[in-house]
Design a protein around this ligand. Sequence first.
Ligand code: TYD
Length: 212
Amino acid sequence: MKAMGGFITLEGLDGAGTTTQARMLQNVLEHMGINAVLSSEPTSGPVGSLIRQILAGRVNGRHATGMDAMFDRKALALLFAADRLDHCETFIKPLQKQGFIVISDRYLHSSLAYQTQDAEWDWVVTINKYAVQPDLVVFLDVAPEVAMSRIEGRGAGREIFENLGFQQHVMDAYHKALDLLADENKLIVNGEAPKEDVHSEILQRVLEQFNR
Ligand code: TYD
């Protein structure tokens, strides 16, 4: 019998290590002969590419007067939700049906954590209503100060959300979102631990949860 697919998301502040851990997880599952695919949000699709340009400050709003303005944050929330639905229909659902474990570097809980700074919680939930729910949300718990010092260490240009005040809001909102999840749908890991230890903890849980 073909194994049932699954859907795992990795979440955390900027600099928490979601990309590293998502890659390590997919890699080891594949080496174990388990069908696992990696994905991420914002996606590399048309809406995701636009989002990345907005985050980098390369696409702005423009007033009728011709003056540059910040791209509207609620409109950005809608773009994240649109990118997600496209991601669900074109990638997540079809691959799950084929028996793959889909691993997404960020997903729905990023919107609950980030977009609720500029829009009401319930509205962000509503615009994401049709997004499939993950089986397991892995949260990499890293203090905002640690996350910021990792971002500074990267030396690359800052994205619009990468400042300490915003990251503190993101942390509070993540905890609110995690509180709403049942224990079987979440794993909170100390993201300040060595990356191999973080990886082992995630892998152990994934193997248990998906009977692999
Ligand atoms: P990130 O994974 O940090 O991309 P990269 O490391 O390649 O820059 O994601 C980009 C940013 O987008 C990050 O600050 C989190 C933010 N984000 C949201 O605000 N809402 C969302 O729904 C998602 C998926 C991401």
